[in-house]
Design a protein around this ligand. Sequence first.
Ligand code: SOE
Length: 392
Amino acid sequence: METINVALIGQGFMGRSHSNAWGQVNKFFKPPIRAVMHTVFGMPEEDPQEFARNWGWQNASSDWQAVVRRPEIGLVDVVTPNYMHAPVAIAALEAGKHVACEKPLAGTLADARAMAEAARKAKGKTFVWFNYRRCPAVALAHQLVKQGRIGEIRHVRAVYLQDWANESVPLLWRFDKSLAGSGAHGDLNAHIIDMTRFVTGQEIVEVVGAIAETFIKKRKLPKGPAGETLGAGTAGEQMGDVSVDDTVLFLARFSGGAVASFEAARQATGNQNRNQFEINGTKGALKFDFERMNELQYYDATLPRAVQGWTTIMCTHGPDHPYVANWWPDAHIIGYEHGFVNEAYDILRVLAGQEPIVPIPDFEDAYQTQRVLEAALISAAERRPVRIDEVR
Ligand code: SOE
């Protein structure tokens, strides 16, 4: 059985979800190439040896430049804070590796452009972990749109609302523009831009208007490593300036003519991880809410009006809904972490020359999402419409 040695660059929240994915994928999916959890990189203060022992990595290192160049490494998986995505991914591509990178592709458009350019020149394949595409319900939505079941799309309405970022949360890397690039925008709008591009099969062609706001302008500096777990990190006494948004909302147009609204927020009290879209077409509509991630709401407007209504589809039926046959019987629902295992399987399928179950964005595709993110920031700053053609 062919294998591939994986190197994980970074720890934290995504380090845990990816370690779980690489540890589970061979067991549940029988991939054409088996993943070997070879090496994990962590900063010395993150104790990569303990992380490796706990999660089953064979080796640990605090020298990422050496790790990405080791001849036995086949795939480099980047889960660092956003500012390190470009240096690590480009070094790994130049070393001839395949590279998977957490979303967003980068903290800035310039970094994302450099990564897409490096990918064009490289022999390695590239992947970006937009994990929500691999919720079976989102994949079903994509299939129903592709089959024409909701007709021509008129409206797209998407929000990604969280409420963890209250005053008690210290100045984590996510609040520092030099490390994150942007705040809720790049963190959360990135997901719903990618998801709606995937489900509709269309591109966003214009940001008509946007608003960005930072409600909490100063936060306590963290003591020790700025804890990655949301809301964690022990605060010191000194204060630091927040340099990113707490929320960005924007209006947009899709290439097929649909109008759209997007909203990302980290202080939307009452919404703990509400990653939600509603798509209205001429023959029907679809609604997804990650807080009920196994269900897709479907409205069939071709039925007689007397019996039209929202249907709740439980997306856990083996042959009809992707991935679930490898997990559990009908309605034995799956969770957040399963989307990452599903993606690890698709990455291994692509590396073996097979089609993924659900398309995976490469760096070029994720760069299109980054261009929309940038267009919204320009629109908010300059208070004007911005066509995506303007943003390269
Ligand atoms: C933090 O907002 C975060 O962990 C995001 O970075 C993830 O992409 C999202 O899936 C959950 O929330």
